[in-house]
Design a protein around this ligand. Sequence first.
Ligand code: MG
Length: 388
Amino acid sequence: MEKRRIAILGSTGSIGRQALDVIRQHRDLFEVELLTANNSSGLLISQALEFNANAVVICNEDKYNEVAEALQPQYIKVFSGMQSVCDLVTGDNIDIVLTSMVGFSGLESTIAAVKAGKTIALANKETLVAAGHIVMALAKEFNAHILPVDSEHSAIFQCLMGSAGAPIEKIHLTASGGPFRTWTKEEISKATKAQALNHPNWSMGSKITIDSATMMNKGLEIIEARWLFDTEGDRINVVVHPESIIHSMIEYADGSVIAQMGHPDMREAIQFAFSFPFRLPLDNRKLNFSELGNLSFHAPDPEKFPALVLAYDALRKGGNMPCVMNAANEAAVAAFLQEKIGFYDITGIVEECLNGADFVADPDLDTIFGTNTRTLAMAADIIRNRSI
Ligand code: MG
């Protein structure tokens, strides 16, 4: 394998830090070219020094001086602002762009990287939820490969290898069920921020951890899978699998089901996106089937987790509705993390925004940005009314 040069957008977040851990184990195969962060200047500085990055971007301009003073003497280039991220990802010195920033804000830089024909290691699922039809069409036009980093989608991608292009009969998307899987609806309605942040299996950032508690994360992943694997929503089945050992499965027309397994560790999916089509060693925990014992499965409960119903609905309606759903959810999760609203207000706000938004059947990129902005404003109004 030839050495691959990597840009990590969002290097100080959970996925970014785990990606650097993968690179730490294969310094001869991967080189860090670009690191970007929103606010965490201290960590960005230490990462840039450890991996001798070519350049960094600190998006918060107030922190530019601090980062520049630390890194410029080491001949590491320092920039600030979102536009710099969009410019730098197109550089000839970059082969792979890991999109591990959170939320809709990752869309512009992802599109810039796609248009430059980079290989995208996609961890920013909101990008595909909001604008999947645009991003996938651009990827085709500019010959940019999009490799999934989301563990379920990496699993599906791996299950499809060697299928000789056989059509997908069904995708079985596994879900841990989150921290409230065994709670009653009454108990969930009183869930606090601390309880929602306490995920049983996966260690992740706060936005995705709340999304896992509402199961909106699985809703976003249904839409992500629709675009990554060019399949219809009614072929995507969600199954709750509390042990999180099977990361997802593909079913073919002959009823044969292929599963991909491992202990929950995001580094596996990150590394495979970096090394594809090759496989490299990793210092993770290996499966011991005699110790595993039983794996269990059950259907999700739409009464307790209405997010799944909302996501299937948004996907069926199509157009700008998934973008509305994503924007409303981002606003509502932020408000829940600030303890302004209750747990079921999150999906309540998403539902209200989906009902109130103007439908656009075939939105272009400007329409998507407009939809996002208008939905955030609509959600902010609803949040003010619901505030506790
Ligand atoms: Mg996932």
